[in-house]
Design a protein. Structure first.
Length: 74
C-alpha cells in the first residue's frame, strides 16, 4: 500500500488574486428609483457606497451642474 504524504502550503499559495473592478452599464432610469428607495428607507448598504465614484456622460454632468446652481437652497 502506498504511503500518503501530507503537504502543507503557505496560505498565500491559496489566496485568490484580487478581482478586477467590473464595469457594468446600467440605465439611469433603472438605477435612480432603486437608489431613491434605499435612501428613503435608510438602507445601511447604501452608506457603504457613498465614497464610490460613478461615471456619467459629459452632458448629464453639465445638466447636474446647472441644476445645482439654480435650485433653491433649503
Amino acid at each position: 500500500m502506498a504511503r500518503r504524504q501530507l503537504r502543507v502550503y503557505p496560505a498565500t499559495d491559496f489566496a485568490a488574486p484580487p478581482a478586477a473592478a467590473a464595469d457594468v452599464s446600467v440605465r439611469l432610469g433603472e438605477l435612480l428609483p432603486l437608489i431613491a428607495m434605499a435612501q428613503r428607507q435608510h438602507f445601511a448598504w447604501l452608506r457603504d457606497f457613498l465614497d464610490d465614484e460613478v461615471r456619467i456622460t459629459a452632458d448629464l454632468y453639465e445638466v447636474i451642474q446647472a441644476f445645482r446652481a439654480c435650485r433653491p437652497s433649503a
